[in-house]
Design a protein around this ligand. Structure first.
Ligand SMILES: NC(=O)c1ccc[n+]([C@@H]2O[C@H](COP(=O)([O-])OP(=O)(O)OC[C@H]3O[C@@H](n4cnc5c(N)ncnc54)[C@H](OP(=O)(O)O)[C@@H]3O)[C@@H](O)[C@H]2O)c1
Length: 330
């Protein structure tokens, strides 16, 4: 069985290798074994490989915060899934051909779902959902400003915001994505950089923006903060610049902007298992209808993990990089 292992923490394409390991074996009581159909390479996985993510297990370590799989066998006492079912996995270490997990971590999803979209269901869709529900109270007509608007999370924020009657200012580092974002429902698209505050004011007619979402950090945080209303909120949930968020005294002290942070696991932990299953059931329905969607740049075989990792770190991609260990997903 093939699995990705890190021999060290460092440059992802240099430290990650596809290795042959013994099969996971038959499921024990309360366990599920599934074949991994596909997994995405997310920014957090890149951070994991570099050793900069919040968890850094002993080596050799296997990355992979999410995947989609097809159940191969279930152990005694497992009733919520059966062989053949599609599942997503709430546990980590998913960059492998096969997984044996605790039954409660295997969440069943409808069998007809596109496996590529299902592979990206666990993290980004609920992140976008909870960023719009758990940070500040928003009502139809309210504006939200976000950077990395063309990322998978950013696109989902646009569609989910639109469905709730919210309006979005979408900030990116390139203009060639504006048409796609507008087609998704973006109200305003602007490039990041100097003069953002004035450009936002002009484009929104001086709207009072209660929420800013930031996944770049560094001076981009300060630019988003300068666009929200007095006593508005900026929520940083990623750090694509690799820098610490910058905050101006004027925004923090004089204008009373609140700065906060979001991490999916922390916000999911506030919910019961039943509520979490309900969130995924709703999101899976969205995937089935096509309203929850993330573009895919490319799909690699697991042996080509080096090329996949290089592509996943290349700016200007057309979507997410996926890996299909068994080649079922192309
Ligand atoms: N806190 C949480 O629980 C949580 C959960 C999910 C995701 N996230 C975070 O959300 C962010 C987006 O994730 P994703 O999976 O949606 O990303 P993605 O689809 O892989 O897209 C990455 C985005 O980052 C932009 N980018 C890359 N390097 C950048 C830089 N140096 N400065 C500014 N922008 C840069 C890319 O712009 P180009 O297209 O121009 O290259 C693209 O828009 C990441 O920071 C991720 O860690 C956080």
């Amino acid at each position: 069985m093939k699995r990705i292992e890190l021999e060290a923490y460092g440059v992802p394409e240099e430290v990650a290798h596809c290795v042959e390991v013994p099969d996971v074996g038959a499921p024990g009581p309360g366990e599920v074994v599934f074949d991994v159909l596909a997994f995405p390479i997310n920014p957090a996985d890149i951070g994991f490989c570099r050793g900069t993510y919040r968890i850094k297990p002993p080596l050799p370590a296997t990355p992979g915060a999410e995947c989609v799989g097809r159940v191969a066998a279930v152990g005694d006492g497992v009733t919520h899934v059966k062989p053949g079912d599609l599942v997503i996995n709430l546990a980590r270490e998913n960059w492998a051909a096969r997984r044996r997990v605790k039954a409660e971590d295997a969440v069943p999803i409808p069998s007809g779902l596109d496996p590529k979209q299902a592979a990206m269901l666990r993290i980004n869709p609920p992140t976008a959902l909870l960023l719009l529900s758990d940070i500040v109270e928003l009502k139809p007509g309210d504006w939200v400003i976000q950077n990395v608007a063309n990322s998978a999370v950013g696109r989902l924020v646009i569609t989910l915001a639109k469905a709730r009657g919210l309006r979005t200012v979408n900030v990116t580092r390139r203009e060639d994505v504006f048409a796609e974002l507008t087609a998704l429902g973006a109200d305003v698209c602007l490039t990041d950089g100097p003069g953002l505050t004035d450009r936002v004011r002009e484009a929104t007619g001086g709207a009072a923006i209660p929420l800013g979402l930031d996944a770049v950090a560094g001076d981009a945080t300060a630019r988003i903060a300068s666009c929200v209303k007095d006593e508005g909120t900026v929520c940083t949930y990623g750090g694509m610049s690799g820098k610490a968020p910058e905050v101006s005294v004027a925004d923090l002290v004089f204008r009373g902007v609140t700065f906060t942070g979001f991490m999916l696991g922390r916000f999911m932990a506030r919910r019961s298992a039943e509520e979490i299953r309900a969130i995924y059931a709703e999101l899976a329905e969205g995937v089935a209808k096509g309203t929850i969607h993330a573009p895919v740049d490319s799909v690699y075989p697991i042996d080509n993990i080096r090329e996949a990792l290089i592509q996943a770190q290349t700016g200007g991609r057309r979507g997410k990089v996926l890996v299909s260990p068994g080649g079922e997903v192309g």
